[in-house]
Design a protein around this ligand. Structure first.
Ligand code: NAD
Length: 332
């Protein structure tokens, strides 16, 4: 049985080749994103394996179906880039890795938060230039601060627990409050209340029509002046133009993003010799109080191991008429 990978990087091959041994799939790795321009590259593969920025829309799915693809396997948790209804119509099964390492993403969120509030990104560069002055590096304690968490699923829940350990007050908003988190001292409030009260707001809900531009001019205005905002979920949760205005007015004091709404043209690529045409990301990166990482939060050994193991198991089971083991792995 054959699988065609899209958006494949050397680290994907490194992990998938190891965990493919018991399965024995014939894997071909393509570096290019999946989209209508390349869907025809499928040649006898029963499964395609895609990542966060592959475009798996109705047009692509129709081509995949014509080519005989039976399974679309996402090697990630989020699935906002797949037209599930089109897959259903064409009888293609779609699976994902719902839980590979929530701690990987939650810990990266904490890393970004600490970097911004203690300015370690600036200190790192400064000390390398033998500048040992502390001027301009004044930070603030997280202990005692109020952290607002939007979306308390696997990643948001892990982040809540870590912030509790820092001695923070944690307020949360989710459509479905989690009783275990409540017992651990996390307080659920309506979204507006969380936005109004928090010193730090971290986004962990999925991107869907209800959450698109959840952070916009109106919700930014609700936030405390001097708020710190972190997004390690999906870029489309934030209206970037509105966030830039809030940064310029200093209402938003710090912004950390691991995801960006136009990221598919930039992230996972080395563009160091290129001219970046996206003025919005250039403007964002010009702020001293904005930290950007390129969709890196998942990128740990533990997470990549789990992603490779579970993705291949999902494909194996679906191609053999069985259901994947992990709850939530099957989308269609
Ligand atoms: P999850 O499904 O376990 O949790 C999502 C939570 O959001 C659920 O509790 C759900 O009830 C809640 N939710 C849904 N709609 C909401 C709304 N309108 N308002 C508030 N809460 C809402 O998912 P997860 O594994 O915790 O992942 C969260 C997101 O993180 C994913 O959707 C994905 O986009 C993103 N992610 C990013 C990376 C990365 O590397 N940066 C890696 C993995 C996942």
């Amino acid at each position: 049985m054959k699988i065609l990978f899209f958006s494949a990087k050397p680290y994907d091959k490194q992990f998938f080749d190891v965990y493919n041994r018991p399965h024995g799939f014939e894997i071909e790795y393509l570096e290019t994103h999946l989209g209508p321009h390349i869907a025809n590259a499928v040649d006898g593969q029963e499964a395609v394996c895609v990542f966060v920025n592959d475009k798996v829309n109705a047009e692509v799915i129709a081509i995949l179906a014509e080519k005989g693809v039976k399974v679309i396997a996402l090697r990630c948790a989020g699935f906002n880039n797949v037209d599930l209804e089109a897959a259903r119509m064409h009888g293609i099964r779609v699976c994902r890795v719902p839980e590979y390492s929530p701690e990987a993403v939650a810990e990266h969120t904490v890393a970004m938060l600490l970097t911004l509030v203690r300015k370690t990104h600036k200190a790192y560069n400064r000390v390398r230039e033998q500048n040992f002055s502390l001027n301009g590096l004044l930070g603030f304690n997280l202990h005692g601060k109020t952290i607002g968490v939007v979306g308390t699923g696997k990643i948001g829940g892990a982040f809540c627990r870590i912030m509790k350990g820092f001695g923070c007050k944690v307020l949360a908003y989710d459509l479905y409050p989690n009783h275990e988190l409540q017992q651990a001292g996390i307080e659920y409030q309506p979204l507006e209340e969380v936005l109004r009260s928090a010193d730090v707001i971290s986004l962990h809900c999925p991107l869907n029509p209800a959450t698109h531009y959840l952070i916009n001019e109106s919700t930014l205005t609700m936030m405390k002046p001097g708020v710190t905002l972190i997004n390690t979920s999906r870029g489309g949760l934030i209206n970037t133009a509105h966030a830039i205005e809030a940064l310029k007015s200093k209402h938003l004091a710090n912004l950390a993003i691991d995801v960006y709404e136009q990221e598919e043209k930039l992230f996972f690529k080395d563009l160091s010799e290129s001219i970046i045409e996206d003025d919005t990301i250039q403007r964002l990166m010009s702020f001293p109080n904005v930290l950007v990482t390129a969709h890196q939060a998942f990128f740990t050994e533990e997470a990549l191991t789990e992603i490779a193991k579970v993705t291949l198991q999902n494909i194996d089971r679906l191609l053999h008429g069985q259901e994947p083991e992990q709850a939530g792995a099957v989308l269609i």
